[in-house]
Design a binder for this molecule. Structure first.
Ligand SMILES: Cc1cc2nc3c(=O)[nH]c(=O)nc-3n(C[C@H](O)[C@H](O)[C@H](O)COP(=O)(O)OP(=O)(O)OC[C@H]3O[C@@H](n4cnc5c(N)ncnc54)[C@H](O)[C@@H]3O)c2cc1C
Length: 404
């Protein structure tokens, strides 16, 4: 892997210098305990600065205003972003990844022209409206109903867990347009303007006290037919394009952030304990540190193997599922060790670093949030099912009689 990237040393230095010159040195200070408004303003500022530098949309084709970087360049870029501890563009996650993956594969030219430049200008924040109260892992059983009347759909139903919907203008929405068809067959994919009458949001309060996601209620909401993405009743295939964009280089960045973040655990273990001595002198603490360190190295190797296969032109295969389970378990144990080492102040909820990574050093926040990783983007149990069926060739999970 390192060999594959050697020829990009000049590019790496360019990115590194750019980040040194452009990343505000005081951003941690400014974003720790920041309000939602400050968070949004800072995300917009940082996204625009990244765009101006040519790094904001590395995977977008140049013809649509992106950097058009090769896959190898993107690897280098994300490694450097993690190394610099730059903010994560969390508010733009859906707009930057899911929207182009969906519109470039399935959208009309009019939809692409309408939305892709607006995303890159930083003006359009998007959210995802897939999950429902009774359709998460089994997404194909979704029930939010869209009835066609002339040139509009009338939509009624509920979505849930929609991250950042309260900051978003548009939503990637899955609805059921043919209730008579078997599960996945009767689904359509639409663009919902969240300012349409009949749309209401209710924030969901998390265990950390924050509200990053929302319920979305749709009450006779009119969606024009030109907002349909892909064929009517053919939205399931479109959704696969959206979901595949989640399994890209994000995990490399996260793995790299964790590798650099390990130093925080070491520093905490080596500093004097209020009870005397240092925690690093405790055998059990040393064992846990070594365990985490070894697993971080293993994670990096797993990610490298996947990226090497992609660089060589082979598909990623089942590796993203393996890496997701491995990362989620490791993040939980990593942050739990942070709570152990962080002393009294790690035992209560401190203000969070908005736009920080998953290991900000505010350990109780980090630990509680780590559990979300075992659910979002397909739960660990579902990933294990995928690994069992696709990689280990174990018997498929029995389907319920009513399922298709
Ligand atoms: C931080 C976060 C952000 C999210 N953001 C969004 C978003 O922006 N938009 C959106 O649409 N959704 C979002 N989600 C929702 C997410 O996609 C769902 O939570 C996820 O798909 C699981 O669905 P569920 O919550 O309905 O749980 P369920 O599917 O009801 O599962 C409950 C439990 O049963 C287990 N389980 C279910 N089926 C099986 C099976 N076949 N075999 C073994 N075990 C099984 C699960 O693993 C889980 O432990 C988000 C979730 C989180 C945590």
């Amino acid at each position: 892997m390192i060999n594959e990237l050697k020829h990009l040393e000049g590019f790496r230095q360019e990115v590194r210098s750019w980040l040194q010159a452009n990343l505000p040195a005081d951003w941690h200070e400014r974003m720790t305990g920041a309000s939602e408004e400050e968070h949004v303003a800072f995300q917009k500022f940082w996204f625009r600065r990244m765009m101006d530098g040519g790094y904001g949309a590395p995977h977008w084709p140049a013809e649509w205003g992106g950097s058009g970087f090769s896959f190898a360049q993107q690897i280098v870029l994300y490694e450097e972003i993690a190394r610099a501890g730059a903010p994560r563009l969390i508010l733009y996650f859906i707009a930057l990844y899911h929207v182009p993956a969906t519109l470039l594969a399935w959208g009309t030219d009019e939809q692409r022209q309408r939305h892709l430049p607006a995303v890159l200008s930083g003006d359009e924040i998007w959210c995802q409206g897939f999950s429902e109260p009774n359709a998460g892992s089994d997404l194909a059983s979704l029930r939010c109903r869209a009835e066609r009347r002339g040139d509009r759909y009338i939509v009624n139903g509920q979505k849930t867990w929609s991250s950042n919907a309260h900051h978003a203008r548009y939503c990637l929405l899955l609805t059921r347009t043919d209730p008579a068809a078997t599960k996945a067959r009767g689904i359509s994919y639409m663009i919902l303007d969240l300012q349409t009458p009949g749309v209401s949001l209710r924030p969901i309060k998390q265990i950390t006290g924050a509200s990053h996601f929302n319920e979305i209620f749709l009450d006779d909401v009119e969606i024009p037919v030109e907002n349909l993405i892909g064929p009517e009743h053919g939205g399931w295939a479109v959704a696969q394009s959206t979901l595949s964009s989640e399994r890209g280089l994000t995990i490399l960045e996260l793995a790299e952030r964790m590798r650099h973040g390990f130093q925080m655990l070491l520093d905490a273990a080596q500093s004097p304990s209020p009870l005397g001595g240092r925690l690093i002198d405790d055998d059990e603490i040393r064992r846990r540190l070594v365990d985490i360190y070894a697993r971080i190295q293993a994670l990096r190797l797993l990610v490298n193997n996947m990226l090497t296969r992609v660089l060589e032109g082979a598909g990623a295969g089942v590796e993203p599922s393996i890496i997701k389970v491995y990362y989620s378990d490791l993040l939980r144990d990593f942050t739990e060790l942070g709570v152990t080492l962080g002393g009294a102040k790690a035992q209560y909820l401190q203000p969070v670093l908005m736009g920080g990574g998953n290991e900000t050093g505010y350990w109780m926040q980090d630990y509680l949030y780590s559990w979300a990783w075992t659910i979002s983007g397909g739960s660990s149990e579902i990933q294990r099912n995928i690994i069992a069926e696709r990689a280990l060739d174990l018997p498929r999970e029995p389907k319920l009689a009513s399922a298709s």
